[in-house]
Design a protein around this ligand. Structure first.
Ligand code: FES
Length: 113
């Protein structure tokens, strides 16, 4: 079957999952949606386009990633690095530039237990 986008291999160099899970107000674990999960997902998508990474890097919204209290939570594969987004305007740009493009961990955004 011919790929409609002309791709010749499966998958992406980097795959970013951004939690958009929503829970009822007052849930003890909270949720990433109430902390702007969907807005953050769109910011990643916009930055991927802006940095000309379409086809190499994919940002997808996800259901609960189970680190709700740390959220808004994201994870980047294949390396399996987990971040929390505290300052979306700065963190999204820095993660795309430093982690995705330059392969450096953005230490200030790492999830800590
Ligand atoms: S609600 Fe986002 S990690 Fe659980």
């Amino acid at each position: 079957m011919k790929d409609p986008k002309g791709r010749t291999s499966i998958g992406f160099e980097k795959h970013i999952f951004i939690c958009e899970n929503s829970r009822v107000s007052g849930h003890p674990r909270g949720c990433c949606q109430e902390k702007e999960g969907s807005k953050i997902k769109m910011m990643f998508k916009d930055e991927i386009v802006k940095m000309n990474l379409v086809g190499k890097v994919r940002a997808n919204g996800s259901a609960c990633l189970d680190f709700c209290e740390q959220g808004p939570t994201i994870v980047i594969y294949p390396e399996g690095v987990w971040y929390r987004i505290n300052n979306p305007e700065k963190d999204v740009k820095d993660i795309i530039k430093e982690h995705i493009i330059e392969d450096n961990i953005v230490k200030r955004c790492l999830i800590n237990l």
